[in-house]
Ligand binder design. Sequence first.
Ligand SMILES: Nc1ncnc2c1ncn2[C@@H]1O[C@H](COP(=O)(O)OP(=O)(O)O)[C@@H](O)[C@H]1O
Ligand SMILES: Nc1ccn([C@@H]2O[C@H](COP(=O)(O)OP(=O)(O)O)[C@@H](O)[C@H]2O)c(=O)n1
Length: 336
Amino acid sequence: MTSAPRGGSRIVRTPDDHTLPTEAITFDPQETHTLFGALVADLARKGVLALHLASVADGLDAPMRDAFHRDLARVLATGPARDLPVEHRPPAPTPDGPGTVGTALPGAGPSPTPAARTAAGLAPPWDFGRMSIDGPNAAGKTTLMLGLAHALGMPGLDTGPTYRAVAAHAIPQGIPPTDLAHHLTIVIRPGLAQRLLWRGIDIRDDDLFGPRAGANIGHVAGDPYWREAIRDLHAHICAQHRDIVVVGRDVAPTLLSDATLNVFLTADLPVRHTRRELQWAHHPERPVHVDALTERDLATRAWIAEHRPQAHRLDLDTTTLRIDQVLDTVVHSIPG
Ligand SMILES: Nc1ncnc2c1ncn2[C@@H]1O[C@H](COP(=O)(O)OP(=O)(O)O)[C@@H](O)[C@H]1O
Ligand SMILES: Nc1ccn([C@@H]2O[C@H](COP(=O)(O)OP(=O)(O)O)[C@@H](O)[C@H]2O)c(=O)n1
C-alpha cells in the first residue's frame, strides 16, 4: 500500500492495486459490514458510523494493515452488502482533531465528549468506557489497542513507551522522577497512535528502542519511584477520558481498576518470540527479548480474575488467533 501525505487529494492504493480517491475511502460500516466480518456490523450496532481508511491504514501494524486491505479488496470486488439500510452521515472526526496530553501542549484539548460526537454525526451509545489490556510481551496488546482505537474511535494509551522514554532520555540526563511531567508529553487522540514528546520534540522510535533505552529499561521498570511517577502521569491522562484503551503490564490493578473491560492477553512463548522476530525483521539492531509470564503478569491475571465480575474480564490466549479474530472477540466482549 502506498499513500500520499494526509490531505484533500490523498490516494490510497490497496495491494490489489485498487486506487481510491479520499472521498471513496470514508466508510459507513453499515455499508461495509463485511469488513472484519461481524466486527463492523457490531460496531454499527454500537453506533460507530465511519471508519476512515486513511487514518486506519496509517496507524496499523503491517499484518493488520494487510488484513484490512484484504477485506477492503473483497468489499471492492463484491460491492457493499445491501441488506442493511444505508444512511449518509458526516464522516468521523478527522485525525487532526483535538487530543489529550499528559502535560500541556498548545492547541490540544480533551477528546470529543459524547455530546460532541453526537453533534458530529456519531450516534450514541458512545460510552465504551475504559478498557485495560495487560499481558506479556508480544502477546499482541499494542496491536489490539490500535485496532480498538481505530475501530471505536477511542484514544489509546500504551504505557510501555513511557518507560522507554524515561530510559532513553530521563536517566541519561539525570532527571529525577518528580520532574518527569515537566519534560515528557504524551499526546493521545481518538483513533490514532500516540505521540511522545521530550521537551516538545517528538521522540523517535529509534530512541525508544535504541541502546540507551535498552541499557536503562530494567532499572526504570524496577525502580518504585520511577514506577510511581510514570503511573501518576498515566493516571492523569486516564482521568481525562471516559473512553480510553490502556495497554501495559499491570494496568488493571494499578491504573484502571474501574475498567469496563479488563483484557489479559497472552500467547505461547515460541509464538510470541516468532511474532517479535517478524516485527523486528527490518530492525536487526533491535533485540528480540520475549519473556515467559513473569510473577507480575501472573499477579495481574489473578487480580483480574479475583476482582472483576465475570462479564468485565477476558482472558484471551491468542496463540492460534489471527489479529482480526482477537479484535472481534474483544469487541464482542464489551459489556452493554
Ligand atoms: N494474533 C496475532 N497473530 C499474529 N501476529 C500478531 C497477532 N497479534 C499481534 N501480532 C503481531 O505480533 C507483533 C507484536 O505485537 P504487539 O502488539 O507489539 O505486542 P505487545 O504490545 O503485546 O508487545 C506485531 O508485529 C503484531 O503485528
Ligand atoms: N505498564 C508497564 C509497561 C512497560 N513496562 C516495562 O517497560 C518495558 C518496555 O515496555 P514495552 O511495552 O515496550 O515492552 P516490551 O518491548 O518489553 O515488550 C517492559 O519490558 C517492562 O519492563 C512496565 O514495567 N510496566
